[in-house]
Design a protein around this ligand. Structure first.
Ligand code: SF4
Length: 277
């Protein structure tokens, strides 16, 4: 996001006193060389909480992150083994991300700061049998490497993102039994993209439903415009737009599943892990 767009976003949102600003939408926030300045600007504007998600591969200035005042940092580490993580997350290196998180914990201690709160989100693609298992445990490699550290481990099932082509992928969507006619994101949050486009939620990473653009209209006008009304009406009437059709907020319990032998590639050394991945 360009500086000009960020300033415009701040001008628009600050008036509405947001409780949380998440500096992330689908991409990698640490690609932005101004990220820490942006966090400081949001904190200086007295926004209570700031948060971001990262793949952890470009998180270098750990003291700078603590000093910026960032409240929550979420690292994405997926799969059941380091190999599976590196395979699913192209370009990721589990050992590097693990070291970064462990160092951040140490630096927070040295600086006597309790922020940012560190979470690791681990997404797994369940088989049908596993989906019926009520508990979803953290994988052994995360339990081992973050044992005793001030790091929260959060497990998620893989969800469908609008635009995913499942044909020949080895993945499918399970049937969900309950349908909702409301999603809180359409009434409580707002997502502004890098170019000022406003989309309904963080799941719209391909601009399927652009509600408006903050360079053309004020945020409050967009929030009440016909596009937003149509979206909320479609949700209420359960006549879902393509963006929402397979969303787990309205198709409760709908997850991305893998058929036996789907294209998660693993190697025999998955079963013989060392600490050096
Ligand atoms: S139901 Fe639609 S608007 Fe709501 S979170 Fe899902 S995709 Fe977004």
């Amino acid at each position: 996001m360009k500086h000009e767009t960020f300033n415009k976003v701040m001008d628009e949102i600050i008036y509405h006193k947001p409780r949380v600003v998440v500096l992330y939408h689908g991409g990698e926030p640490f690609l932005n060389p101004n990220l820490l300045n942006m966090i400081r600007t949001v904190k200086d504007a007295k926004v209570p909480k700031t948060k971001l998600n990262t793949n952890g591969m470009l998180v270098d200035d750990l003291r700078g992150i603590v000093k910026s005042g960032l409240d929550f940092i979420v690292f994405s580490i997926d799969g059941r083994t380091p190999h599976e993580n590196n395979d699913i997350r192209t370009g990721s290196n589990y050992a590097k991300v693990r070291n970064t998180i462990q160092n951040l914990v140490r630096i927070k201690k040295e600086m006597e700061c309790d922020h940012p709160h560190i979470t690791i989100v681990n997404v797994q693609m369940p088989t049908k049998v596993e989906l019926e298992t009520p508990t979803h445990n953290a994988p052994d490699f995360l339990l081992r490497d973050f044992k005793g550290l001030d790091v929260e481990l959060k497990m998620n099932r893989a969800i469908y993102w609008a635009g995913l082509d499942l044909k020949h992928s080895g993945f499918f969507l399970n049937d969900s039994t309950k349908t909702n006619n409301h999603c809180a994101t359409s009434t409580e949050t707002i997502t502004i993209r890098w170019n000022g486009d406003v989309v309904p939620c963080c799941l719209d990473i391909q601009n399927w439903c652009v509600m408006g653009n903050i360079f053309e209209h004020r945020l409050e006008e967009i929030w009440r415009n016909d596009n937003y009304n149509r979206l909320r009406e479609s949700l209420f009437n359960m006549e879902f737009l393509p963006l929402c059709e397979n969303c787990h907020f309205v198709r409760v319990g709908r997850y991305l599943m893998q058929t036996n032998g789907a294209n998660i590639r693993t190697t025999p050394s998955d079963h013989n892990q060392s600490n050096d991945w």
